[in-house]
Design a protein around this ligand. Structure first.
Ligand code: ZN
Length: 288
């Protein structure tokens, strides 16, 4: 994973916010070497300074200040940025939330891929500092049945194990090595958010996920999918978990050279892992 490239021109996305159901917009512009930043109204903050929080509905990041800046549902846009190795951009968010689009990273990734800048020596060659591990690390949730482990590796690789009680989702594993934009586009970016019908009904009854629909999520009922088009990949669910983890890892603010293995994790644990990596980056192990 390298954040060495940037964009040749601005790109803009607009659509419905998953939570608010309202129209939201994000405009991404190259910033001439200032790293990965997000903000609004001319104020931009480095991603690594954001305070992340996440749950089953997505990841949110808050930047303290007067007034504080908060943005929700960042993970799919961030996954596209990470998967393509794009750095040095300002993400200008209007509406406090990233548009959900089709529930995957693909619409973001396709436009960013078209606009990305190739350096003369090849994409991503001007690599910034990255975090290298010299020993394995593990984060777990309190009961210990969900965990993320990372071991030292020369490149960035993610292996995800999805283990869901629902018979139509079940147990599956997907592994992806970062570094090739075309592989990211073909194998990972298009995997959509999924939810069980029972979860959707619960969210709706609490006034959440107002912008959610079969246009931006795979909904799994007791008897089968509610989406008439079916799945994009036979193992689309676990591939989407890779999208989510990749996006959440962008909040580290630098590439991670490690093999990351996630078992039954979710946004809350992904972000606990990011906090652990940030503490590690603050003390040592940051190389070129
Ligand atoms: Zn997601």
């Amino acid at each position: 994973m390298s954040f060495g490239g940037s964009l040749r021109h601005a790109v803009e996305f607009s659509g419905t916010g998953l939570h608010s159901g309202e129209s939201v917009r994000v405009r991404i512009v190259p910033n001439g070497g200032k790293g990965l930043r997000i903000g609004s109204g001319g104020r931009f903050f480095p991603l690594e300074q954001g305070i992340p929080s996440g749950d089953g509905r997505g990841s949110r990041v808050v930047f303290p200040g007067e007034p504080p800046f908060q943005v929700c549902t960042v993970e799919h846009l961030f996954a596209a940025v990470a998967g393509l190795g794009i750095g040095d951009i300002d993400m200008d968010v209007d509406g406090g939330e990233i548009p959900v689009l089709d529930g995957s990273a693909l619409p973001f990734a396709e436009m960013l891929y078209e606009a990305r800048e190739m350096s003369p020596a090849g994409f991503g060659s001007s690599e910034r500092a990255c975090l290298r591990l010299f020993a394995p690390i593990v984060v777990t949730e309190s009961k210990g049945d969900r965990l993320i482990a990372a071991s030292p590796a020369a490149t960035a690789r993610i292996t995800y194990v999805l283990d869901y009680a629902h018979p139509l989702v079940g147990t599956s594993t997907f592994s992806f090595t970062l570094g090739d934009a075309e592989s990211f586009l073909a194998e990972v970016a298009g995997a959509r958010t999924f939810a069980l019908l029972s979860e959707v009904e619960g969210l709706r009854s609490r006034g959440l996920a107002k912008g959610g629909s079969l246009e931006n999520a795979v909904v799994v009922g007791d008897e089968g999918l509610l989406n008439p088009e079916g799945l994009r990949f036979p193992d689309e669910y676990v591939r989407h978990k890779v999208v989510d983890l990749l996006g959440d890892l962008l909040l580290l603010g630098m590439p991670l050279h490690a093999h990351v293995v996630a078992l039954r994790a979710g946004h809350a644990l992904h972000l606990e892992f990011v906090r652990r990596l940030r503490r590690l980056a603050a003390t040592a192990h940051v190389g070129g």
